[in-house]
Ligand binder design. Structure first.
Ligand SMILES: [Zn+2]
Length: 428
């Protein structure tokens, strides 16, 4: 499943590729198992003990019941179907406002389009750095250069003010997205108070609203800004049934529509299923008497953490940077954790990347009192070949090559010791 989605995404870019696409998946030999990946994500993150946002007593903040309302299908140009309810002329899917009901019925929803000029730069990384969360950076609905003007409405409550300030700062410091105070930009977000936690999805044009009730919390504010950037819910990914079980009988009447997965579609889900995504529902979301509605099929997942985070997961950050990143001439930073001597990880994020020629630079900073090394591999004649390595007796390594067109990945390995590392990858 993992590889299928990689292949599908690469296909979108096939014409841009000079080299033959690697035929063997990194997943077979070089990448850690599903469970290991989960643990790796776990280790590097700091605690999420701040405000727990998805409190079961607050389900009413997160979605309108479909009871007494029209439920209809929003069909995307990629053939996805998203269930929505009509509320006062707007199409709500849970806490996401997809647009005006009538527009969506007439025209459907246009999603990411690689031919779109505005998105063409991001498309390049789209095919390589696809980690994290489902995202529909709709054509024309991406925020140019990842810059999002924000204004505040006067009716925001004090807790909501605290939460949104935390959330804006969190996005700004952890991703390439920059929320800035609005001056006179035409398209912008208004953060307003209200009785719900909701947001209009992607850039809609003109003023658009993020609504934050007092109970939305820090995590809720980050989550809603994610919607404004174009992120959908993690558990509606097409591959979600491989990772979670939905307990339909436990779902409150009228809330079932929140749990339909989107139908098959290629190029919208980023990377592996991410239980700890800020865009994931908690395990008892919309449950009758707080019953479990969604539960991982894999063991070893920290279920208390699902939907309860107050920070972006690594996958969220990778997805945001893949869409709102700096594809050429920019530096993207990756972090990881090696647990022992001889442990290793593949970067970026367990994947290879396509490089269209020019310099590739990798700068590794490992923990003190360790000896981490860095290697660079290229796909040549149907196999992965080590093309460069940096093996100082130290925790810092640097590789710079003038790369030909092709596919590459970095390998970070521990010659001695364990700990967190940072790898900066720069492509010119
Ligand atoms: Zn949401």
């Amino acid at each position: 499943m993992k590889f299928k989605s990689i292949a599908a995404l690469l296909l979108l870019n096939a014409s841009a590729f000079a080299a033959t696409e690697p035929t063997n998946s990194l997943t077979s030999a070089n990448v850690k198992t599903q469970n290991n990946e989960i643990q790796t994500i776990e280790t590097g993150d700091t605690a999420s003990e701040k405000l727990t946002s998805f409190d079961s007593t607050k389900d009413h903040l997160w979605a309108y019941s479909s009871e007494g309302r029209e439920v209809f299908n929003v069909v995307t140009d990629k053939g996805d179907v998203i269930k929505a309810v009509d509320v006062d002329g707007f199409a709500y899917s849970g806490d996401m406002i997809l647009g005006r009901t009538q527009d969506l019925k007439n025209y459907g929803l246009k999603v990411y389009n690689g031919d779109d000029e505005e998105n063409s730069a991001a498309q390049k990384t789209h095919s390589t750095d696809k980690l994290g969360t489902i995202i529909y950076p709709t054509s024309g609905r991406k925020w140019p250069n990842g810059r999002v003007p924000v204004a505040f409405a006067s009716n925001l409550g004090p807790k909501a003010v605290e939460a949104i300030n935390y959330a804006l700062n969190h996005w700004n410091t952890n991703t390439n997205v920059q929320f800035v105070a609005r001056s006179n930009e035409r398209d912008y977000i208004v953060v307003q108070g209200g009785n719900s936690c909701s947001a209009m999805i992607g850039r809609q044009g003109g003023a658009q609203y993020v609504t934050l009730a007092e109970g939305c919390g820090y995590g809720g504010a980050i989550h809603e800004l994610g919607h404004a950037l174009g992120f959908y819910h993690e558990q509606t990914r097409q591959d979600r049934d491989n990772y979670v079980t939905i307990y339909w009988n436990n779902i409150q009447r009228g809330m079932e529509y929140n749990f339909y997965e989107t139908t098959a579609n290629q190029g919208t889900s980023h990377g592996n299923y991410d239980y700890y995504s800020i865009m994931h529902y908690r395990t008892t979301a919309f449950g009758i008497n707080n019953a479990t509605t969604i539960w991982p099929t894999y063991s070893g997942v920290d279920t208390a953490r699902i939907g309860n985070s107050t920070q972006l997961s690594r996958g969220d950050i990778a997805a945001a940077n893949a869409i709102y990143g700096t594809p050429d001439g920019g530096v993207t930073q990756y972090t990881g954790y090696l647990s022992k001597t001889n442990d290793f990880q593949i970067q970026p994020n367990g994947k290879y990347f396509n490089h269209s020629g020019g310099q590739i630079e990798g700068t590794l900073t490992g923990p003190n009192n360790s000896d981490f090394d860095l290697e660079l591999y290229q796909w040549q004649s149907n196999k992965w070949v080590k093309v460069s390595s940096s093996t100082n007796y130290a925790s810092s390594e640097k590789i710079t090559i003038n790369g030909q067109d092709g596919f590459y990945y970095f390998k970070v390995l521990s010659y001695e010791g364990s700990g967190n590392y940072t790898l900066k990858i720069k492509k010119n």
